[in-house]
Ligand binder design. Structure first.
Ligand SMILES: Cc1cc2nc3c(=O)[nH]c(=O)nc-3n(C[C@H](O)[C@H](O)[C@H](O)COP(=O)(O)OP(=O)(O)OC[C@H]3O[C@@H](n4cnc5c(N)ncnc54)[C@H](O)[C@@H]3O)c2cc1C
Length: 376
């Protein structure tokens, strides 16, 4: 991926000047413009192109544009001294202008006009809008005797050409696409670009009241609790359509938990937490996301409960309860059988009594029928 020292967002007058100034300092520069190339240039393209800057003498004006001797002889250019410029600013803003910016604007304005000229901007005396003939002499009023050739559109064209000549990269579609894609999402081109320059650190897991650590169980049954920090940078090539940071957080979580789970002992994790980050990073956390993962650091490792022992204790308790249940079944069966035996004994006794009762009756019948007699 190409990298730049300076990224300028937008491509109006301010942005083009910032980009050119950065390039003057030797920085590599890219400009990201939300509008298409044809429609770029912002308000600057629609400006009239009349430029207000501080000047006192004709020599000051000739730093910005060529003025013939005849024009000098026949014109009254007036002045816009730094004092007059300050007075105008303070009067128009009721003294609510930023003092430092005002100072820079007023005291550097002439130098900046000369610098713009050096970049190829062409300026003209503002005969059409800011002057009139007074007593045979051309008098400039409004303290704005100079305009840019072609108005704001002309200025943007001049600066565009200067930017191209200076090797400044102008990117339209991507910024435009990012801008459109991020509308209503709380993200923006500026955020994407900032994160592509200044990497961002993401907490894993995202801290919330339910989950503050990523918990995995090593093969010896001990829980390991981890907090990790992932450093990411926006990948502008994949910003549109790429998965969000939630995907990275989920992948980190899954990777850490499964890496702990494949460790023979919790001691392996404690002894070398970096093994976890390396294993997780090797899985390609950032594939198809809008980010490039720069590093994964284990910020905290803690030993949690012994889940293995707890499970064994619980299993033993469960086995004990099962055995007790079986014993209870056997006991109640025995009690039931005992009751049944008692009932059967009682029944037998009743039958015996009944049978015994039949004996005298049978003997009586035998006497009556002569089958039985008494021997003297
Ligand atoms: C009709 C008119 C006449 C004027 N006449 C004069 C005049 O004669 N003299 C004078 O001094 N001033 C004049 N002005 C004011 C002058 O045009 C502005 O002060 C000046 O153009 C501001 O320049 P800028 O670079 O800050 O903003 P702009 O020129 O508006 O540039 C902003 C740029 O940023 C881009 N952009 C915005 N959002 C994003 C994003 N999220 N991602 C990427 N890019 C983005 C825009 O597409 C645009 O290219 C006039 C203004 C108007 C409208």
């Amino acid at each position: 991926m190409q990298t730049y020292d300076v990224v300028v967002v937008g491509k109006g007058n301010a942005a083009l000047c910032a980009a050119l100034a950065a390039r003057d300092q030797g920085a590599s520069v890219v400009m990201l413009e939300a509008a298409s190339e044809d429609e770029s240039g912002g308000n600057s393209r629609f400006a009239g192109g009349v430029m207000r800057f501080a000047y006192e003498t004709v020599e000051d004006l000739t730093r910005v544009t060529d003025i013939t001797d005849e024009e000098i002889a026949t014109s009254d250019f007036g002045t816009n001294t730094t004092e007059e410029f300050f007075d105008d600013l303070f009067r128009l803003t009721s003294y609510r202008t930023d003092p430092d910016l005002s100072e820079t604007l007023v005291t550097s304005s002439l130098d900046v006009m000369a610098w713009l000229r050096s970049k190829g901007a062409r300026f003209l005396l503002n005969f059409g809008r800011q002057s009139g003939l007074v007593d045979g002499k051309r008098k400039f009023f409004g303290r704005m005797p100079i305009e840019v050739n072609g108005g704001g559109a002309g200025l943007v064209q001049y600066l565009d050409a200067a930017a191209k000549k200076a090797g400044i990269h102008l990117v339209f579609d991507r910024a435009c696409a990012i801008d459109l894609a991020t509308k209503g999402t709380g993200k923006s081109v500026i955020e994407a670009v900032r994160t592509s320059i200044n990497p961002r650190v993401i907490d894993c897991p995202t801290p919330n009241q339910y989950k503050v650590t990523l918990d995995g169980v090593a093969k010896d049954g001990i829980v390991i609790k981890i907090k990790a920090l992932v450093t990411v940078r926006s990948n502008l090539d994949r910003f549109v359509g790429g998965a969000t940071e939630e995907t990275i957080i989920a992948r980190v979580g899954e990777g850490i938990v499964s890496t702990i789970g494949s460790s023979a002992s919790y001691m392996d994790v404690l002894e070398n937490p970096n093994r976890i980050s390396k294993t997780v990073l090797d899985r390609g956390l950032d594939s198809n996301t809008a980010f490039e993962v720069l590093s994964l650091d284990i910020a905290m490792v803690e030993v949690g409960e012994n889940v293995g022992a707890k499970l064994q204790t619980e299993q033993a308790e469960a086995n004990k309860l099962i055995a007790q249940a079986h014993a209870e079944v056997r006991r109640t069966t025995a009690v039931a059988m005992e009751q049944e035996m008692i009932a059967r004994v009682a029944e037998m006794r009743a039958r015996l009594v009944e049978a015994e009762a039949q004996v005298p009756l049978g003997m009586a019948a035998a006497f009556r029928s002569g089958h039985l007699g008494l021997l003297s």
